[in-house]
Design a protein around this ligand. Structure first.
Ligand code: TRP
Length: 330
């Protein structure tokens, strides 16, 4: 079976965009792949953060993933900092990537600009080397494929380039991973500003559905979603971003094609009602399972320890290979 690896940062609350764009797909892939999923807490350290929030956020994210259907008997689910091989390999990859290559990363440019204007003003060295740690995450598991959103494609390209360079300098060491691009309808936009991606910043609270939002609140947010001034239900992202977003959400939640779904509605009201109901039915059991897990943190910690042990078995093997090939003394 080929292996997939993906990671998610434990910062901020998880929202419907993360769930439909990534997590739901992770759950589905468990059937067809040997899947390795990682809560990337070390990546969260690249920007200013609060220690208590980070700790709680990592546990909560693991519980959300379990509640959403990641099966720890089938997939490997673990926390990045529990497997010390990640930062160890990252160092070797920092020394294989070039300064110029890292400087061209658009995520670094965006985030360092944000820190500059109006942000904390602090740009960590870790923010700059972030992609080398991400490459280590992927390469440590002989990963064949990585499901990533558009914003991470450049990092995956860099991972491939660095792995190829390492292999050609030091001999065959890493498997070169491919990207798996999620289906187009999986791009979920803000309910109030449908030209922007749904995100977890608080100034768009009414446009963002959090996975753990009260179900009544979710219904309200969907009913207040912006549409447009005519009344034709049609999937057309450029001309009708608000309506298309509702169709994307309904399609992603019920596993149907948004263009075909449009034919079933001739008014916005019923589309909103159907979307709200479908989202609520989808999230209700996930929330119930989450609250059970939340009541027993020791059980989640046990599952994460089990995941880290499994991950480490593989990671140690690949790290040893890399150390040997690069010339470190055994
Ligand atoms: N950088 C990714 C993001 O911000 C998270 C991530 C870290 C990741 N390591 C990874 C994703 C490895 C895929 C594979 O979304």
């Amino acid at each position: 079976m080929s292996r997939v690896f993906s990671g998610i940062k434990p910062t901020g609350a998880i929202h419907l965009g993360n769930f439909l764009g990534a997590v739901q797909n992770w759950v589905a892939m468990q059937d067809d792949y040997d899947a390795v999923y990682c809560v990337v807490d070390l990546h969260a350290l690249t920007v200013p953060q609060d220690p208590a929030e980070l700790r709680a956020g990592s546990l909560r994210l693991a519980q959300v993933l379990l509640a959403a259907g990641i099966n720890p008997d089938r997939s490997t689910l673990f926390v990045q900092s529990h497997v010390h091989e990640h930062p160890e390999l990252a160092w070797m990859l920092e020394c294989t990537a070039s300064f110029g290559e890292l400087r061209r990363m658009t995520q670094f440019k965006d985030k360092s600009d944000q820190a500059g204007d109006g942000g904390s003003g602090f740009i960590s060295a870790g923010l700059f080397t972030y992609p080398a740690l991400m490459a280590a995450d992927i390469l440590l598991y002989d990963t064949d494929a990585v499901p990533v959103g558009d914003d991470q494609r450049q990092h995956l390209e860099l991972t491939r380039d660095v792995a190829e360079r390492f292999n050609s300098r030091y001999g065959d060491t890493f498997v070169i991973p491919d990207a798996i691009i999620p289906p187009a309808g999986a791009r979920i936009m803000d309910l109030q500003h449908p030209e922007n991606k749904m995100s977890k910043s608080d100034d768009t609270d009414s446009g963002t559905i959090l996975l753990l939002d009260d179900l009544k609140k979710i219904e309200k947010k969907i009913k207040r979603a912006v549409t447009d001034n005519d009344s034709e239900v049609r999937f057309d992202i450029a001309e009708k971003p608000g309506v298309s977003n509702l169709l994307s959400i309904l399609g992603a939640v019920t596993d149907q094609d948004p263009t075909a779904l449009a034919d079933e509605f001739d008014q916005y009201g019923p589309l909103k009602t159907a979307t709200a109901e479908a989202v609520i039915e989808r999230l209700r059991p996930i929330q119930e399972r989450f609250f059970e897990l939340e009541a027993d943190p020791a059980e989640t910690q046990r599952l994460l320890k089990h995941g880290a042990d499994r991950a480490q078995e593989k990671a140690a093997e690949v790290l040893a290979r890399a150390k040997q090939h690069i010339g470190l003394l055994p």
